[in-house]
Write a new protein. Structure first.
Length: 580
């Protein structure tokens, strides 16, 4: 018998980072809810960022999950900004978040919502709690409130203001709204249980005074609701059925449910927690990312070394590669570290199929082919992408003077080095066999500045009619036709896999990689790249995947960012030799 759609969803599995298969517990929950017609069979999710920074790869996981679930179950997903802290929020962050979500391929339709839309309704909910004796205005200082809260082993103490009358609490709360008090003079707290084993349930703060202009409401309000109070009620107001969040909010779930239960709201969403994304060699703490930006350790939120979506986009990552990565890591209930190699695999896999191949030389070494006619130029046929013949071919110019990579020549070749060297013959990609003749060095430094070679005209296209073999194929560009470019080689921003592990008290910035960016200029690229629009992606043969920088590139200056390297067997050999 053919399985129903719900049964298929219930059996869906994911592969975790340890290679084991486990059920996708979130989809199992939602499938059961749909099957029993809970919430009338509706599925309505939301992605609720706080507009106090740029989104990062961890948020991408949540975006893909929330919008993906809505699509799978033919439901809806809201984009809601939980904008309750005006001192850290601004329009720049709002616009960047919208841009990132759209770039990833998701659409929220007419459901661009803001918690600030509900400020009046939230205020009335707070008044309701006061009237029912479930909230009170506390006049303790922030430090005193922390002291009164107790510890994990010691219960908290009740505030001396906890038993104010409903009338006094209403009066004080209304005066807080009218702006009669300074920051910190009073807060509104829920009246729950100061002996609760969950510290968050020890009379949590619901409202505080903030004399800060809000990016949407201006100076209309001087009191602002706390996140835990706002979030659950915003979900309820919007008719959310499943409130998907990360494990860090697991302890907040009792408060989420308490607020909704005490107010008796019509819609009580189910909060479900999943493990947040931890990615090796990256920092995914928004507070620490802010430190990197404001401290000048990176050039901005969109620095290609940053794990922000805008940074990955500028580096050349594709929406498809990030969606594929998020799908591969799946969802789980246990925190774990995902290897950065998986993200790099996803982008290589995506770009390998879609990007044209080109030739570029990052560290040029001049080569003169002595027996090639001085004024002759011929155009050779080159495949745009061997993975996709439909992408066609292009013509690249070949002349007597070329550039190859400096590292492709060794005067005294190391063991297992098969590229150009004295007595060696190599193939030039799409062109001819060339053979080394002599080397020219700088008289003062001894640096190799020029090579002289000969070519075999019978090997046009890169094959020998007599069947002789060579052990290396080199990329190259014709010197008279080459286009100058700046190339930025990006590496991992941190030297250790988990820079956030600060158990020894070491500042995470201690582990910043001093070689995370190397700028090479002038590099030489084939003339077909002239005028490439910002954001264009290419595979530089033998070197990796690159994109035209969307910020700094212009008609006058060609700038490439390296997205990711190719697998380099020679690098492994060199590394092994260095450790002998």
């Amino acid at each position: 018998m053919r399985k129903t759609k719900t049964e298929e969803k219930n059996q869906k599995t994911i592969q975790t980072d340890d290679g084991m298969l486990s059920s996708d517990f979130i989809r199992n929950i939602i499938s059961r809810d749909v099957e029993v017609k809970k919430n009338q069979g509706r599925v309505h999710t939301r992605f609720p960022p706080e507009p106090n920074g740029y989104l990062h790869i961890g948020h991408a996981k949540s975006i893909c999950l929330n919008f993906g679930l809505a699509a799978e179950y033919e439901g809806l997903c809201n984009l809601r900004f939980d904008d309750t802290n005006p001192s850290k929020e601004n329009v720049e962050y709002v616009e960047s978040i919208k841009s990132d979500v759209k770039w990833l391929g998701f659409d929220w339709g007419d459901r661009e919502l803001y918690a600030s839309d509900y400020f009046e309704q939230l205020y009335q909910y707070a008044v309701q709690l006061i009237k029912e004796g479930r909230a009170y205005v506390d006049s303790l200082s922030a430090e005193e409130i922390r002291d009164y809260r107790g510890t994990l082993t010691d219960p908290g103490k009740e505030s001396p203001y906890r038993n104010r009358s409903v009338k006094e609490n209403i009066d004080l709360f209304e005066r807080m709204r009218r702006g009669e008090f300074k920051d910190g003079a009073h807060v509104l707290r829920a009246k729950i249980d100061m002996a609760s084993p969950n510290l968050l349930m020890r009379d949590p703060t619901l409202y505080r005074i903030r004399w800060v202009s809000h990016h949407r409401t201006g100076v209309q309000w001087c009191i602002y609701p706390m996140y835990d109070f706002t979030h659950c009620l915003s979900d309820s107001i919007e008719g959310i059925t499943h409130s998907i969040c990360t494990l860090e909010f697991e302890n907040n779930r009792p408060l989420y449910d308490w607020v909704l239960d005490e107010l008796g709201v019509d819609c009580h969403p189910q909060q479900i927690e999943f493990a947040r994304l931890n990615l090796s060699y990256y920092i995914l703490s928004k507070r620490k990312l802010v430190e990197l930006v404001t401290g000048g350790f990176v050039t901005g939120w969109d620095d290609p070394r940053m794990p922000t979506i805008s940074g990955l986009r500028r580096r050349g990552y594709t929406p498809g590669s990030i969606r594929s990565f998020c799908e591969r890591i799946g969802v789980a209930k246990r925190d774990s570290m995902v290897d950065l190699a998986l993200l790099e695999y996803c982008i290589r896999e995506d770009l390998n199929k879609s990007t044209p191949r080109v030739m570029g030389v990052l560290r040029p070494l001049r080569v003169i082919i002595d027996n090639y006619p001085k004024d002759q130029v011929e155009y050779l046929n080159a495949a745009n992408n061997p993975e996709d013949p439909a992408m066609g071919t292009r013509e690249v110019p070949f002349s007597r003077v070329l550039y190859i990579e400096k590292e492709d020549f060794q005067e005294i070749p190391q063991k297992k080095f098969f590229r150009l060297a004295p007595g060696r013959e190599v193939r030039l990609r799409y062109a001819y066999f060339i053979k080394f003749v002599r080397v020219v060095k700088d008289e003062q430094t001894g640096e190799v500045v020029e090579l002289h070679c000969t070519y075999d005209p019978k090997t046009r296209g890169g094959d020998s009619p007599d069947g002789r073999k060579v052990k290396a194929t080199l990329h190259w560009v014709s010197a008279p036709h080459a286009v100058a470019a700046e190339v930025r080689l990006y590496d991992r921003l941190f030297l250790r896999p988990n820079p956030e592990a600060e158990k020894d008290g070491t500042d995470f910035k201690t582990y910043l990689n001093p070689d995370s960016l190397k700028t090479l200029t002038p590099c030489r690229v084939e003339p077909t790249l002239s005028g490439s629009p910002p954001g264009s992606r290419f595979q530089f043969e033998r070197l990796g995947y690159f994109c035209v920088d969307p910020v700094d590139a212009s008609d006058e200056k060609l700038v490439f960012n390296r997205t990711v390297t190719l697998r380099d067997q020679w690098a492994k050999i060199q590394k092994a030799q260095q450790h002998r």
